[in-house]
Design a protein around this ligand. Structure first.
Ligand code: SF4
Length: 170
């Protein structure tokens, strides 16, 4: 039932996006404060279409509405690792807001805006399911059992490296 609701909600939102496509550059400029969306109108519309297609291919909206990617897994204590800015989780590098530097590392072009906060990008990854989904090369799940045994062992050796365990660089 939850997945059905998510699919319907996703379909309705994508339909709304499609209807708003002609004024998408204006809406994006207003919501992000970036006038470049309007200045580069044809590019923004073209990227919007690609973005919508990727939302369908990756079922990102369905997962957003159903919460599948964030369902707690039985043996997950924390997410470890860091982001190497490969862009896999950015709709397989086809997110319209993606910016790529000279070393092929990605950055979010709308980082810090309300529009980004509305999505679930900042929460990635929340589970092994999501790590696998985008083939993230650097984050990993730390099982509860592993964390417990490590904490016990480290009490006598050295403290747990919380920066690595809780992924401060995310
Ligand atoms: S979170 Fe993982 S998949 Fe996403 S950009 Fe960083 S390293 Fe790549």
């Amino acid at each position: 039932m939850r997945v059905l609701f998510a699919r319907v909600a996703s379909g309705l939102l994508l339909t709304l996006f499609a209807l708003l496509l002609p004024i998408a550059p204006i809406l994006l400029a207003v919501t992000t404060g970036k006038l470049s969306f309007v200045r580069r109108y044809p590019t923004t519309v073209r990227k919007s279409i690609t973005h919508m297609r990727q939302l369908i291919v990756t079922e990102a909206l369905t997962r957003f509405f159903s919460g599948r990617g964030h369902q707690p897994e039985a043996d997950v204590a924390a997410i470890g690792g860091h982001c190497n800015r490969c862009g896999n989780c950015c709709l397989d590098r086809k997110c319209m807001f993606l910016e790529v530097d000279g070393e092929n590392r990605v950055a979010c072009g709308i980082f810090g805006t309300t529009l980004r906060a509305l999505g679930n990008c900042g929460d990635y990854p929340g589970s092994q399911y999501e790590i696998d989904l985008y083939d993230c090369p650097t984050y990993y799940v730390i099982p509860i059992s592993q964390l417990k045994s490590r904490t016990t062992r480290d009490r006598t050796a050295h403290p747990v490296d919380t920066e690595t365990v809780f992924g401060e660089s995310r």
